[in-house]
Every structure is written in C-alpha cells, then in structure tokens.
Design a protein around this ligand. Structure first.
Ligand code: PBG
Length: 329
C-alpha cells in the first residue's frame, strides 16, 4: 500500500531540466559579474600570467579589446589594476594623471561609456617598490594615516580619468571616509565606493601577486588584512565602512568565506560583492588541466555557490566566459 512508502517526494521536482530550471532558487546573470583586468605599462604584446592560464597583463590596446568583449557578453562591470613601469616608495604612478591606470581608464570611458560599469582598484601595492599597500615609516611599518592622504589623491585621479566606481582594497582604517571626502571635495560626489570591507590575509592571493607584480618585498599583510580565524569582526568592518560612506561592500576571498558572505548579506541593505580571487581561479584551472574535474561545470558551480551564499555581485576572472555560457544555456 502507498502508505508504507514516503509521502513527501522532493525528487518529483528534479525529474527534468525544465522543471529544475523553473524551481531554481538562485540564478546567475551576466550583469552580476565583474571582470578584474590588468594593464601594464611599456609592453608591446599582452603577457600571459603563468599562474593564471587565460589571464593576461594587457597593453592599452588589448585591454580595450578585452573590455569590449566583456561588454558585448553583457558582463556588468570591469575592475582595473595597473602595473606601472616605474615603482617608488610613495607609489607615485598611482595618482599621476598620465599613469597607466589613468590612461587606460580614459580609453575605456571613451570606448564604452555607460555600456559597462568601469571601476578601478584603489591601492598602493602595485605602485610601491616595496610592494606594501601603504607608505612606510622609518621602522618599516605601514603608516595608516599618511597612506590615507595618498588614497584620497588616487581616488581623485581615478575619478578624473573616468572611473564610475573606486574600490579601495588596502584595508587602512578610515580609508572610505578619506576617499569620500576627497571625491566630494573635487566635485566627484557621483563616483561610488565599492569597499573591500572584509578582506582576509589570504594565501589565495598568491597568483595575483604575479599578475600585478606586487608581492611584498618583506613581511606580509597580516597587520592590516583580517585573520582567517575571525568572523565577527567582518561585520564591524562592514558597519564602519557604511558609516564612512561606502555604497557597496565586498568580501574577499569568496569560496573559502561563504559563511561571511551570508553573514554580511543578512546584516546590510546595500549591494554585497564577493571576489573569487586568483588562487580560486588557479586551483580550478590547474585541476581541470590535469583532467581531474570538469572545468566548465566546476566554474559555474563555484559561481552559483557564491551567489547562493548571498553575493549580489561576483568579481571573477571567468566573467566573460561565464556570461557567454549563461547566454547559451
Ligand atoms: C591589493 C589587492 C590584492 C588583490 C586584489 N587587490 C592582493 C593583496 O591584497 O595582496 C588580490 C586579488 C586576487 O587574488 O585575485 N591591491
């Protein structure tokens, strides 16, 4: 008799692709994705990043082409990182109007206008010869407040070059307030801040430091980035940034910190971004290259998981490819 069999049958809704699609709780869309891109000064050809197959340090021209492809695929935004030809203690190229990022931002703003959201990462580590995210004291420690003045100036230079959103990633205390004040004072009150509010001191950034040529020459980033052991302080970081004027907040890395993405999503009412970082990318690419996992399925599952955890926006090096796959599925 039927009573001896289970009454509830969740499997009924899993029977066929159309049914599964109809009842899916989470959907990915190209517009939610942001592509991080690298532009390097003084190269004639795009340079592949060894630890990130498929990712390049772009020339200004190849950057324009790749950004155009992203926009065509419906990707929501791009975030730009610059690699200058010359680095110094103050990271002078970061706010030079003729610095590589400012030039590239002007190219992209002219080419793409509002077709895609143009964002720029705002930090000093790609520009300093010591590879740290801020100015150093004589003792070799990062001087928080002196660094804020640099960030304020970089924000204005990036806004002037055409960034619609700036993304401070240096984890200095007070950085959002300093940047907001500077932007408003320079007539850029419409430029938004996507704050890397929750940024862990993570081993998953390894390949990025090849791509951006910004590995610290001594020490590490644990005095300013968060300890992977801590969850609660993430909310404190988020609320501080919102008080200081952040328009959107980010959690980084994504995959190993999905619990944090969920906590933040439940605690705030602004858009929440998550950054699927270079190490997450490299691990999947490497395992797929060995034939140990199905590359496309793993990529899409990783992106779905980040969205399911609560991210409204996902930064991913697969943004263009994933957008194309979504359009064809
Ligand atoms: C700092 C910055 C880093 C990343 C983005 N912005 C590196 C760091 O904090 O050491 C890492 C991104 C990635 O790993 O993909 N400017």
């Amino acid at each position: 008799m039927s009573a001896q069999f289970p009454v509830a049958r969740p499997r009924r809704l899993r029977r066929a692709p159309a049914l599964r699609r109809m009842v899916a709780e989470t959907r990915l869309a190209p517009a939610d994705l942001v592509l991080p891109m690298f532009v390097k000064e003084g190269i004639a050809e795009p340079q592949p990043v060894a630890s990130m197959p498929g990712v390049f340090q772009h020339t200004r021209d190849s950057l324009r082409k790749a950004a155009h492809e992203a926009a065509e695929a419906g990707v929501g935004g791009i975030i730009l990182f610059g690699v200058p030809a010359v680095k110094d203690g103050a990271g002078s190229a970061a706010d030079d109007p003729d610095g590589i990022v400012q030039r590239a931002l002007r190219d992209l703003a002219a080419d793409l206008g509002d077709a895609i959201v143009i964002m720029s990462d705002l930090c000093l580590d790609e520009y300093t010869d010591h590879g740290h995210c801020g100015l150093l004291t004589a003792a070799g420690e990062i001087d928080n407040d002196a660094t804020l003045e640099r960030y304020a100036s970089i924000a204005v230079a990036q806004a002037e070059a055409g960034a619609a959103v700036v993304g401070p990633s240096g984890m200095m205390d007070g950085q959002v307030a300093a940047i907001r004040t500077a932007l408003d004072g320079a007539g850029h009150s419409d430029v938004a801040i996507l704050s890397y509010s929750v940024k862990y001191a993570s081993a998953y950034y390894g390949p990025f430091r090849d791509a951006a040529e910004c590995a610290p020459q001594f020490g590490d980033r644990s005095t300013h980035q968060q300890d992977p052991a801590n969850a609660g302080e993430s909310l404190r970081e988020v609320f501080l940034d919102l008080d200081e004027g952040a328009d959107m907040v980010m959690v980084k890395p994504a995959g190993a910190y999905l619990d944090i993405v969920r906590r933040v999503r439940d605690a705030v009412d602004v858009p929440v971004a998550a950054y699927q970082v270079s190490g997450e990318y490299a691990m999947i690419e490497a395992a797929a290259e060995k034939g140990w996992i199905d590359r496309e399925r793993t990529i899409m599952e990783s992106l779905m998981s980040i969205r399911r955890a609560g991210a409204d926006i996902t930064l991913t090096y697969w943004a263009t490819e994933a957008a194309v796959l979504l359009a064809s599925s």
